[in-house]
Design a protein around this ligand. Structure first.
Ligand code: XMP
Length: 526
């Protein structure tokens, strides 16, 4: 999947647990490269990947079902350490001759694990507290309905809980380990230390997956692939495309051509900021295309949110394609696809490397252009993209900007998009964001923005009656953007923002604050 892989690497076989991605992120946090593949990947791929260790993830199925997933046999014959987590531990037990039965009691949430064998390499000197008889005790997170009832030959039992007799098992000679709990979730307080023990002490990996090495690895791989060709990249202003651009430029210099399409739906001064930063600071070969009129006239009269999104996407493809056609020497199209996109869009393990992000809007490139796809971030998680962005010299403020939808203000102006509304909203949004920075609140929020409501309400300013538009403020906190809480911003702060918006923006007579969680409300209003 990647150019040159580090020698030390872990393979994670995914049995479908909601936490599998977390396992991968934890291993990467340790500075060790890992990849996540579906459990049924063919054996030759595993052998070719040549992992230093294999982790079998948890999964939603019951191993007691006859047709439930099993790890490929080569996992246990490759001569490398194996760590089975939850379902992964149970399938390992069954495949090696043990037994699993449906338990009468489902164990979900916190559990206390009593360690029975102090000598286990996996758990040695790792504990939260000690029991009255001096044995280590761990606070862990469990989620299982089945239990191992008999362990395979060669294994010993290392730990138990009240309702789970075999909570940690090991075969020291073969370096096979199983844990019924989830070490990858932070509720398991010593979880990261346990993973660290497995990766460093048992698999003997070295921590070399660092930003400097990641950058070097990516640059080598880009140079090897691109050779002397030219590459084109649609710069959206989002972190992934910005980091891809800087990385590619480091690797191939001015043979990277960036196209920045200003659709008129950007935040205040955003186009200028991006051009300044990339042209002057990073010396990028960048083409600025002002296409505001084209986007706004295509959006004229359209009220439906999905139609607006599609129109914005279509116009982007038209504008971008015209630019591509101008460069006859371009052989490659660069995209800021990241590892999460690949895992989530495909869930097909290896071979799933050609995923086009829908909001990149480049899916409509004419086939006759025959461009190859280059995705320099495709093996990186979002936090790794941030880290290498910083290492490449991208300013902290740019990297830590809240996400902004590809469809921009187009989905923050309810109903029809008009230039006049864009102007009002841009100013209101800029005031809100400026005040958040001043009050030191911006970095405490996951996303904050203003929304334009095309309804007129009455207000009085001095002796004059106003009958003008409404601005809603939205500020949320979230970990994954799948669910979100509205942020409880201080009264004084909200008063200041509202006063500034109404006083400074001609055309707004009322400001409201959105107090809806996701679900049921989405983060964007459209
Ligand atoms: P929702 O509104 O679905 O948003 O709760 C979740 C996250 O996705 C962003 N978002 C978009 N990003 N194009 C994008 O690139 C879009 O059309 C789009 N719609 C929503 C949203 O800003 C939030 O971070």
């Amino acid at each position: 999947m990647t150019g040159k892989l580090p020698k030390d690497r872990i393979l994670i076989l995914d049995f479908g647990s909601q936490y599998t991605q977390l396992v991968a992120r934890r291993i990467r946090e340790l500075g060790v490269y890992c990849e996540l593949w579906r459990w049924d990947v063919i054996e030759t791929h595993i052998l070719k990947f040549n992992p230093s260790g294999i982790i079998l993830s948890g999964g939603p199925e019951s191993t007691t079902r006859k047709d439930s997933p099993r790890a490929p046999d080569c996992v246990f014959q490759a001569g490398v350490p194996v760590l089975g987590i939850c379902y992964g531990m149970q399938t390992m037990a069954i495949q090696l001759g043990g037994e699993v039965q449906v338990s009468t009691k489902r164990e979900f949430g916190y559990a206390k694990v009593e360690v029975l064998q102090n000598s286990s390499l996996l758990l040695h000197d790792i504990q939260d507290e000690y029991s009255s008889d001096g044995m280590p005790v761990l606070d862990v997170w469990m989620s299982h309905g089945d239990n191992i009832t008999s362990i395979p030959l060669g294994f010993i039992n290392i730990a138990k809980t009240e309702s789970c007799p075999f909570t940690v098992i090991e075969n020291e000679e073969k370096r096979f380990y199983g844990v019924q709990f989830h070490p990858e979730v932070t509720h398991t307080r010593q979880g990261q230390r346990i993973l660290e023990r497995f990766v460093f002490h048992i698999c003997e990996c070295v921590s070399i997956w660092t930003p400097t090495n990641i950058i070097k690895n990516a640059m080598d791989s880009i140079q090897e692939t691109i050779k002397n060709d030219h590459v084109i990249l649609g710069l959206s202003g989002g972190v992934d495309s910005l980091v891809s651009a800087v990385l590619l430029q480091r690797a191939i210099g001015s043979r990277l051509i960036c196209v920045f399409v200003d659709n008129g739906l950007l935040r205040l001064n955003e186009g200028r900021q991006i051009m300044d930063m990339f042209k002057s600071f990073f010396k990028l070969n960048i083409v600025y295309v002002l296409a505001e009129d084209q986007f706004l006239s295509a959006l004229s009269g359209i009220k439906d949110p999905e139609k607006k999104r599609k129109t914005i996407g279509r116009v982007f493809v038209d504008v971008f394609n015209k630019q591509v056609l101008k460069f006859s020497n371009v052989k490659w199209l660069a995209q800021g696809t990241i590892y999460t996109d690949i895992i989530e869009s495909a869930k097909t393990g290896i071979g799933a490397s050609h995923v086009i992000k829908s909001y990149h809007n480049v899916g409509g490139l004419p086939k006759k252009m025959k461009l190859g796809l280059v995705e320099p971030l495709k093996s990186l998680f979002k936090d790794e993209v941030y880290k290498i962005g910083l290492a490449l010299g991208l300013p902290y403020e740019i990297l830590n900007r809240h996400p902004f939808p590809g469809s921009g203000l187009g989905v923050r102006i309810l109903g029809e998009v008009k230039k006049e509304y864009c102007e009002l909203l841009r100013y209101a949004d800029a005031i809100f964001i400026e005040e958040l920075h001043k009050a030191n609140l911006y970095n405490k929020l996951s996303q904050a923005f203003a929304v334009f409501l095309p309804v007129r309400t009455v207000g009085i300013m001095g002796d004059t009656r106003k009958y003008e538009w409404v601005i809603s403020l939205r500020a949320i906190q979230t970990i994954d953007f799948m669910t979100a809480h509205w942020a409880c911003l201080p009264d004084k702060f909200l008063r200041q923002v509202s006063t500034r918006i109404i006083n400074e923006i001609n055309g707004v007579s009322r400001v409201v604050y959105d107090i809806s969680n996701k679900p049921p409300a989405t983060i964007e209003w459209e």
